[in-house]
Design a protein around this ligand. Structure first.
Ligand code: MN
Length: 382
């Protein structure tokens, strides 16, 4: 899927074609061009009332899958071709979503030129009350090709409203600062850095406000790890360290949120770390800045504060493996592709956070990243 353009801030005319994709840029979710022509939405060729209900159901599914509710939907644009069906469509909305969102959320925009389409709907949801509504025009697969609803595409805003960076994979480097390895009880001289991954859809960001991260279930020791994040713009295998900078699209500040007690327990049991490193919204990332603006970041101040108190402070030059070496090594193990993010490890000073804490992560030359820890999320409280 390619993002063609991002138009900000006003919604304009509908995208050409009948695209059926969903994009999350930061905490704003765009659902573009669900049409009643898609087989998946109108499997029986049912009437306009049934078709409208299926489209509204699908919007709810996509918003829920992205971690929101229908109350987060700020606007639904509805394009009717056959105006005589307006009443049936509005009846579907009233019956299906009565009280779920204000009537003003649903906007009847215009008639489309294609007479075979009864209606086309696009929605904008601002999740967690953050982010800035902008319009994403996308191309991609028709929904009718998929047997279940396709996952939401995750993207990170580019600094200055200059588009969005779609995320493919998230690689992380463990113990890449000697002082952090020591605080984890490991001798950095005997064990070199290593890799793990975090799920793509755990990446969350927000342009205007702090990123909301609910305190996850199953832990009593949620930790922050501030890290330099490298965004890959050009893929490759067996990349030479000397050539690695050409593969970097840009940089961001990230926090590798970690259920430390679960991570340590699994580590001691010789089992995979997954439950320690992965949970909902565990990978906040700030806006990405193109490398053309920053130059190569091989040194610079890196720090994290909790409620204004300095917890982590170091310099990027203290990394055991440089970003160049990390890219070279990763590309011998995996095929790097545009859209990959690499968390390059955290310095010493990691520690626990609780509900209500405000985290501020900073790296010299990049926009700061703020995270607000929320109440314990649904699930078993520790
Ligand atoms: Mn980390």
């Amino acid at each position: 899927m390619a993002i063609q353009q991002i138009i900000s801030p006003e919604v304009t005319e509908p995208a050409a074609g009948t695209w059926s994709n969903c994009l999350r840029v930061g905490d704003t979710l765009y659902i573009a061009g669900l049409t009643a022509r898609d087989r998946a939405l109108a499997p029986t060729g049912g009437g306009e009332y049934e078709q409208a209900k299926l489209i509204f159901e699908r919007i709810r599914h996509l918003v829920t899958a992205a971690g929101g509710s229908m109350h987060d939907v700020v606007k639904i644009n509805m394009y009717l071709t056959r105006i005589e069906h307006r009443e049936a469509v509005w009846r579907a909305r009233r019956e299906f979503f009565e009280g779920a969102f204000p009537v003003a959320t649903l906007v009847e925009v215009s008639a489309l030129a294609q007479p075979e389409i009864l209606l086309e709907v696009e929605a904008i949801a601002v999740l967690n009350q953050g982010g800035r509504p902008v319009r994403a025009v996308m191309d991609g697969h028709r929904a009718s090709e998929f047997v279940v609803a396709e996952p939401v595409v995750t993207a990170v805003p580019v600094e200055g409203g200059r588009g969005a960076f779609p995320v493919r994979r998230v690689y992380c480097v463990g113990r890449n600062y000697a002082s952090h390895a020591v605080e984890m009880g490991v001798d950095p001289g005997t064990e070199p850095p290593f890799f793990f991954c975090k799920p793509t859809d755990s990446v969350v960001s927000n342009v205007l406000d702090a990123v909301a991260v609910p305190y996850p279930p199953g832990t009593r020791d949620l930790h922050h790890e501030v890290e330099l994040v490298v965004a890959i713009g050009k893929g490759g295998v067996n990349i030479a360290a000397d050539d690695a900078v050409r593969h970097i699209w840009g940089y961001a500040v990230g926090i590798d949120m970690t259920r430390r007690d679960l991570q340590q327990a699994m580590r001691q049991a010789g089992k995979p770390w997954e439950i320690g490193k992965t949970f909902e919204r565990c990978t906040p990332v700030g806006p990405i800045v193109p490398i053309g603006d920053t130059g190569e970041l091989a040194s610079g101040h890196i720090a994290l504060m909790v409620n204004g108190e300095l917890r982590q402070v170091s310099d990027l030059s203290k990394q055991i493996w440089s970003t160049r070496e990390i890219i070279a090594t990763l590309s011998r193990l995996f095929t790097l592709m545009p859209g990959d993010l690499i968390f390059t490890g955290t310095p010493e000073g990691v520690g626990a956070v609780v509900d209500g804490d405000l985290l501020e992560a900073k790296i010299e030359g990049l926009p700061a990243l703020q995270v607000r820890i929320g109440p314990v999320s649904q699930g078993v409280a520790a």
